[in-house]
Design a protein around this ligand. Structure first.
Ligand code: NAP
Length: 301
């Protein structure tokens, strides 16, 4: 039986694993995707102390490398359920049942979809949710970015260095992104922002992605923007389907924790982007991972 199983190997899970291992706990980390989580999809990170500027995959690699050097057991697998049995918990993956004294949920979030016509059909054939993964496919081409938050702004700046043009479609008359990003966007000649437009459907011509139909939210007029690719950055959905039965989430499926990262179930903790909080940042996730592991240690002791 493990002392702690950490679900998710993004920055919150990695931080929890480092603190758990250093406090002598028997720890296992389980992940169903590439280690590093959302950081892998960030082009440039400039607000993580110690790194003036670093690309996401390099930071993710550094973190995972540290985990491996500390010989923290890591397993690839998809968690589908957590069962409670007296004083122990059973983490059920698609392959096995693993017993543990405590669980730290650090499963993060997935990019949200628009749920409009042709989105699934043209996914990876013109529609992407990751600029750093797919941006290079659009060298000197015209791309559209949908969304107006920090992700849309940050990734538009990244894409503007590769693509010929970037058109941001924002559904309101102002961006949600931080002022520093907005100032950077204004400096770019090849970034255009369309305000008060919502996407209606993606266009397919001769079996190929060719653009997006948008509608003005003030006068309802529709128009089509021809482009080579579109990137969707409209927020995230927490990855909590596997713990629905535990009833530890709010109405938006984020896990509710206190300042010790405790959920309402004894011995189950959560940290990082999967929890309900005000600030979704690498620094906050890392700090919450450390707190969750410290709370788990006290419980085990
Ligand atoms: P977000 O802040 O929730 O912004 C989502 C954007 O998408 C908003 O502009 C929203 O419009 C728009 N949107 C949502 N649903 C839409 C729909 N159906 N159709 C069209 N537009 C839609 O999400 P995010 O930008 O991914 O950021 C998530 C969190 O991570 C935030 O807390 C952010 O600060 C943080 N983050 C930080 C950094 C950084 O500090 N470097 C970088 C990336 C992300 P409305 O404004 O009208 O709702």
């Amino acid at each position: 039986m493990y002392d702690v199983i950490i679900i998710g190997c993004g920055c919150a899970g990695i931080s929890a694993a480092i603190y758990a291992k250093r406090s002598n706990m028997d720890v296992l980390i389980i992940e169903s995707n590439a280690p590093g989580g959302q950081i892998n999809k960030s082009s440039i990170i400039e607000n993580y102390p110690g790194f003036e500027s670093i690309d996401g995959p390099s930071l993710a690699y550094n973190m995972f490398n540290q985990l491996q050097k500390m010989e923290i057991p890591y397993k690839y697998g998809k968690v589908i359920d957590i069962e409670l049995e007296n004083n122990k918990k059973i983490v059920i993956t698609d392959k096995e049942r693993i017993e543990t004294k405590t669980v730290i949920i650090a499963s993060g979030r997935n990019p949200r979809k628009l749920n409009i016509e042709n989105e699934d059909k043209l996914s990876s054939r013109g529609i992407s949710w990751c600029a750093i993964c797919d941006g290079n496919l659009y060298k000197d081409k015209n791309v559209v970015v949908i969304g107006g938050g920090n992700s849309a702004a940050e990734e538009s700046l990244y894409l503007s260095k590769i693509a010929k043009s970037v058109t941001i479609i924002n559904r309101r008359n102002e961006l949600r992104a931080d002022e520093s990003f907005i100032n950077e966007l204004k400096k770019k000649n090849n970034i255009k922002i369309l305000y008060n437009y919502k996407p209606l459907k993606f266009i397919e011509e001769e079996n190929k992605f060719s653009g997006v139909e948008i509608q003005n939210t003030i006068d309802d007029k529709k128009e089509t923007i021809k482009c080579d690719g579109v990137f969707i950055f409209i927020g995230y959905e927490p990855e909590t389907t596997f713990c629905k039965k535990l009833n530890i989430t709010d109405e938006n499926n984020y896990i509710i924790v206190n300042d010790k990262m405790e959920t309402k179930i004894d011995g189950i903790y959560a940290c990082g982007d999967v929890i309900k909080k005000d600030l979704y940042q690498i620094v906050t996730s890392i700090s919450e991972g450390a707190i969750a592991a410290t709370s788990a240690k006290k419980h085990v002791d």
